[in-house]
Design a protein around this ligand. Structure first.
Ligand code: C2E
Ligand code: CA
Ligand code: CA
Length: 784
């Protein structure tokens, strides 16, 4: 125990914990008690203060100076908020100027009030625990939020210790505003809490974390729109007080700036800033902050908007913390989008990434609804890759996949970004073109697509592949008003484009539903016809215009349907074209016709020219010349007896290498015949360059002989032009004596028509030749 006077401060040591000081306990000269065991550093610090009478200002809480004494200036001048508290009653004995200024309370209101209202953290149990610690540790620190007169709070580090003041023990409080680094630490802790937490709405947790961290009044997290919904929307919001109107709509100007990538930092007087939204100004927010929310690729995916009624020092720690929160939010937004994408994965084709049939149908329905509302037109385009099956079968699925991916890419490149391109099924793609003003605009796009597809494709292994597509177009509301029919009609139009020789586009032209259904049924039957041996070749004789003797025949295909009887090629050949069946059927016709021609030559000694029709599809086959060559070899027919009939309506444009192919056939020794002459739109100039050996005047002109002088003039002109070009002329559809006389007089070379003979079966043709031979003399074969 200290003996001497007050000049020597004494620090008392008591054994063990649990002892509480009271003012009456305190012997003279004892300025402090320490509980044993003591910490050396603690003792040292206390001794320093007691001996040197030097209150620590910056590093440690100041020793309690007596008011009015020489150290009052240190008490009042401290940057920390300081308070002296009576330990027994918990009432404030004194506060310094910083406390008054920062808390916003008047000194008179503070003195005599209970400290509980100001240290803010201490519930009854925590307060007891603190008192316990204080008994032994002499000073304790806690982190807390300190209230302000205006209702706001701010984060502080609180330090409480026992001290002597005017000869009694008091509690000496230091409130230090949390510094930059600690502020950042706080942000990290809050972020960690969000990251480790299992909040269902993480964006909400982030927003709340920010609000608590900086004591903000408003925090709104805005997410920018994706794809179809460009409007930004509030993903989460925190409002410390009721906001009567819709929150996000009120910060438009601010939002626009932040979404443009700008960081808005107004620590004070924000309400007076020139570019601030009216609602912020009205609320007299002192502090307004805006931070862009960035995604993984640093693109702006949203914004954080914050406001506070009280000013705030926005230092680097605050900014860095906000950016960290922003990144967490950006990651959250992207995660959500990825999840949504995942959900929509079932709606996308994994190979091309295009919407699949399901999503397409959904889009089509909403596009129709939209067009209906706006009284607008829309178009559906059905795209089918020509002969994709052949590509897949002959070159393999890997190449098939490359083709599909390329088609998808080219389709997307030819339409607007707002147009829908979908992979409907297999090699079928569908498009929706909205806001159509004129049908022609769509047809131009269709043509553009056809042309874009023609460009040779570079395959992964360096090979080049040419693909073509056939397109069908239908229009809402002209062709149909519901999605299903609109699509079906685009499909029908696509098939008619195939019938036109593929690599082509067609708009839907109404055909009756019934005939369409019949066609489908027929198509299935036609596939079996070839296998079941239901196809026949008939032969129509051709006669010399002068001698009227038979000089040739045209092979004409027939389908002997088990139930429907003989079906005309005019009906099923177009169907065979659309389905590609014509390729194998045509080869079969060629083979059968050449075989019969060779046999008749041998049996009856007649040298008849044979005409065989080629479809545009056959002419596209790069193997055509080789096929014809091998058929001639197998059947033994001389090439010069064979005429290959090519219809005039096919254009060299739609059939690559047409001229090369025809010349190849002529090199074999075959003749090329330009069929149905006059019906197409070929210019005379084109005819001149066309490698034909003969021209067949179409029935349409022959029919009008004696009726229409114009058509007669056309027949005359054709004859003279053909002869100028060294072409023979065959007239088709010669039905009357009048036709016959006219054509003979005008110098036509060969005639074909019902007047002379109908197309005959092989047996009938046999009989015809037998009869001819008998007439010519005693059955001896004679050359013609
Ligand atoms: P096309 O090449 O113009 O054949 C001539 C058509 O005229 C034949 O019709 C024939 O029966 C018909 N005909 C002949 N003389 C007369 C006549 O005096 N009056 C009338 N009104 N018609 C006459 P068919 O056999 O019905 O063939 C129609 C079309 O089918 C052919 O027209 C041809 O384009 C196509 N076709 C026929 N066979 C084949 C074939 O094997 N392959 C291909 N690709 N097409 C074929
Ligand atoms: Ca013909
Ligand atoms: Ca013809």
């Amino acid at each position: 125990q200290a003996q001497s006077g007050h000049a020597v401060p004494v620090i008392g040591i008591v054994a063990g914990r649990g002892r509480q000081w009271t003012a009456g306990d305190l012997p003279a000269c004892v300025v402090e008690w320490l509980a044993s065991p003591i910490r050396a550093s603690d003792v040292q610090a206390r001794l320093d203060i007691a001996m040197a009478q030097r209150p620590a200002v910056a590093q440690r809480p100041a020793a309690p100076p007596a008011p009015g004494d020489q150290y009052r200036f240190a008490f009042d001048g401290s940057l920390d908020e300081l308070a002296l508290v009576d330990p027994a009653s918990g009432r404030i004995l004194d506060v310094n100027d910083t406390f008054v200024r920062r808390s916003g309370y008047a000194r008179t209101r503070l003195i005599g009030s209970r400290i509980d209202g100001f240290d803010f953290v201490l519930g009854a149990d925590r307060r007891d625990a603190l008192a316990q610690r204080l008994a032994s540790e002499s000073s304790v620190g806690v982190r807390a939020r300190k209230p302000r007169a205006d209702g706001g709070t701010y984060p502080v580090d609180v330090n409480i210790r026992n001290a002597m003041h005017q000869e009694r023990v008091v509690l000496f409080y230091t409130f230090r505003e949390i510094e930059e680094l600690s502020r950042l630490q706080e942000a990290m802790v809050a972020l960690l809490r969000v990251a480790q937490g299992d909040d269902r709405d993480r964006a909400e947790a982030i927003v709340r974390g920010i609000a608590e961290w900086l004591g903000l009044d408003v925090v709104v997290a805005i997410e920018t729109g994706v794809d179809n919904v460009p409007e930004p929307k509030a993903a989460a919001a925190y409002h410390r007080f009721e906001i009567d109107e819709g929150a996000s709509a009120r910060y438009d100007g601010l939002l626009r700036q932040v979404l443009a990538g700008e960081e808005i930092v107004l620590g004070h007087d924000a309400w007076a800033a020139p570019a601030i939204d009216l609602s912020l100004r009205e609320r007299r927010f002192e502090c307004v902050l805006g931070v862009p929310v960035r995604g993984e690729r640093q693109d702006c995916v949203g914004a954080l908007l914050m406001a506070r009624r009280d000013p705030m020092t926005v230092d680097m720690a605050v900014l860095a913390g906000l950016r960290l929160f922003g990144h967490a939010l950006g990651a959250e937004f992207e995660l959500r989008r990825a999840r949504e994408q995942g959900r929509s994965d079932g709606l996308r084709d994994p190979l091309t990434g295009l919407p699949n049939r399901l999503l397409f149908n959904d889009r089509l329905n909403s596009a129709i609804a939209e067009a209906h509302r706006g009284s607008e037109m829309l178009a559906v385009i059905f795209v089918d890759v020509d002969r994709f099956k052949t590509i897949n079968d002959s070159l393999g699925h890997a190449v098939g996949d490359q083709v599909l991916v390329a088609v998808a890419r080219r389709l997307k490149a030819t339409v607007r970004g707002t147009d829908t391109v979908a992979r409907y099924a297999g090699d079928e793609f569908t498009l929706i073109l909205r806001h159509i003003v004129q049908r022609d605009d769509v047809m131009r796009i269709a043509e553009k697509i056809v042309r874009a597809m023609e460009v040779p494709l570079q395959l992964a292994d360096g090979l080049e592949l040419s693909i073509t597509t056939s397109l069908g177009v239908s229009f809402y509301p002209d062709d149909a008003t519901d999605a299903e029919r609109l699509l079906k009609q685009a499909d029908v139009a696509m098939y008619s484009a195939k019938g036109m020789g593929r690599n082509n586009f067609q708009a839907y032209v109404a055909v009756s539903e019934e005939s369409h259904r019949q066609r489908l049924a027929l198509e299935a039957k036609l596939r079996q016809a070839e296998r079941n041996g239901e196809l026949r070749v008939f032969f129509q004789p051709q006669v010399d215009a002068l001698s009227e003797d038979i000089v040739g025949m045209e092979a004409l295909l027939r389908w002997e349907h088990p139930e429907l009887g003989m079906i005309s090629p005019g009906f099923f050949v177009p169907l065979a074209e659309e389905t590609g069946l014509i390729i194998s059927i045509g080869e079969w016709v060629l083979q059968a016709a050449c075989r019969e021609a060779r046999r008749w030559q041998q049996e009856y000694g007649v040298r008849l020219r044979l005409g065989v029709n080629l479809s545009p599809l056959q002419l596209r086959q790069p193997t055509l010349v080789r096929t014809v060559e091998s058929v001639l070899q197998q059947t033994g027919l001389e090439a010069r007896m064979l005429d290959l009939e090519v219809t005039e309506s096919i254009s060299a444009k739609s059939i690559p290498n047409l001229i090369t192919t025809l010349n190849g056939l002529r090199e074999l020794g075959c003749g090329v015949s330009l069929d149905d002459f006059g019906t197409g739109q070929s210019s005379l100039d084109y005819i001149k360059r066309f490698p034909a050996d003969s021209i067949k005047i179409d029935q349409a002109f022959v029919r009008n002989i004696g009726l229409d002088p114009d058509d007669e003039a056309i027949v005359r002109a054709t004859l003279s032009m053909a002869h100028d070009l060294n072409c023979k002329v065959v007239a088709e559809g010669v039905e009357t004596e009048e036709h016959f006389q006219f054509l003979r007089n005008e110098g036509c070379d060969v005639l074909q028509g019902f007047l002379f003979c109908r197309p005959l079966s092989v047996a009938s043709f046999d009989n015809l030749l037998k009869e001819r031979a008998r007439l010519l003399g005693a059955g001896t074969p004679q050359p013609v």
